[in-house]
Write a protein that binds this ligand. Structure first.
Ligand code: NAD
Length: 311
């Protein structure tokens, strides 16, 4: 079962799980995702999509052996617009997903985030770092929902013996992202492809570490198949400034867009880089897709969907 299965990451995971021979139940309320993301999976044997809100009571008939809890608004535009929904799915939604895993004796995997580190004071960020998060700032709704979800997951592990795991995901990009979800990569690509100015926040010196979706899917699958509790960082340590990211996208799209500078969002992290020693040692995982190669693949997706990048 994949909550948030019709979202960006959820839909890629459903596809991989089907490819690996699993039966997959995707549960989604289409708050920020869409059934179109899994339309290509609908004809496949063993795939079911149900429209449901994981913050409501969740019941699944029959056995379930893995619960992947990916439901949550995830992009800044979404969670700033949907603050209560974000807190509810991180708290009540996680409670229900854990309850299902407990009832079915399933392995549970929580999609957490590098945002649990907030604006970090340690660089790069290992899993042992507790983070630097502003609970009352606008982004607190997302960061604290995920921190609470992690605490709840560990409580179910310790109290109810549920086989849990937590993945802390760093920025991912790839096909099925929305062009206007407020994340830098789709924004820069759609601006570059339509010759509009590329809008970099602040002076662009803040850094990000971006990972292509195939690497994320492989990392999640390895964690799912292990008995590791985590949290485990899954991200690409290749760190670049946001300005360099904008310049690279302009270069790869052969765009004539100019780069302009806009105000930086409140509590925008200044650096971001995963320490992936744990994933390497315990899961034998490391990202395989190179920075420019991954970006080219995401650009190809948006190029082949010109309707998405229109203003
Ligand atoms: P997304 O918005 O594309 O997918 C989230 C899905 O959850 C959507 O389909 C949405 O409709 C669904 N959803 C939201 N609330 C729900 C509810 N109450 N009941 C049922 N479904 C609900 O976002 P994404 O980028 O695919 O992120 C998926 C997960 O991965 C999130 O939990 C996010 O926090 C985490 N994550 C993503 C990234 C990234 O770079 N994309 C990074 C870190 C963590």
């Amino acid at each position: 079962m994949v909550t948030g299965g019709a979202g960006f990451l959820g839909s890629h995971l459903c596809e991989r799980l089907l490819d690996d021979g699993h039966e997959v139940l995707a549960l989604d309320n289409f708050l920020t995702g869409t059934p179109q993301n899994v339309a290509h999976l609908m004809p496949r044997d063993g795939f079911r999509l149900i429209r449901a809100d994981v913050t409501d009571f969740v019941h699944v008939a029959g056995p379930v052996d893995q619960v992947l809890h990916f439901a949550s608004p995830a992009s800044p535009v979404d969670y700033l617009l949907l603050p209560i929904e974000t807190l509810k799915v991180g708290s009540i939604g996680t409670l229900h997903a854990l309850g299902l895993a407990k009832e079915k004796g399933a392995r549970f995997l929580l999609a957490s985030t590098s945002e649990t580190y907030g604006d970090p004071q340690i660089h790069p960020q290992p899993e042992t770092y507790w983070g630097h998060v502003n609970p009352v700032g606008p982004r607190g709704v997302y960061d604290e929902a995920k921190r609470y979800a992690e605490a709840l997951t560990m409580a179910y592990r310790r109290t109810h013996d549920v086989d849990t795991s937590i993945v802390r995901i760093f920025n991912v990009h790839g096909p099925s992202m929305r062009a206007h979800d407020g994340r830098a990569i789709p924004a820069f690509i759609s601006q570059a492809l339509t010759s509009r100015p590329i809008t970099v926040a602040g002076d662009g010196s803040q850094t990000r570490s971006i990972m292509y979706v195939d690497d994320l899917v492989e990392g999640v699958m390895r964690l799912l198949r292990s008995d590791l509790a985590g949290p485990v960082n899954i991200g690409n340590p290749h760190e670049v400034s946001v300005l360099h990211l904008a310049e690279t996208i302009r270069d790869l799209t052969s765009s004539s867009s100019e780069i302009t500078f806009i105000e930086r969002p409140v509590d925008d992290p200044s650096v971001r880089q995963p320490d992936i020693a744990l994933a390497k040692a315990e899961l034998g995982w490391e990202p395989k897709v190179e920075f420019r190669d991954g970006l080219s693949r995401t650009i190809d997706y948006f190029r082949s969907h010109p309707d998405l990048v229109a203003d």
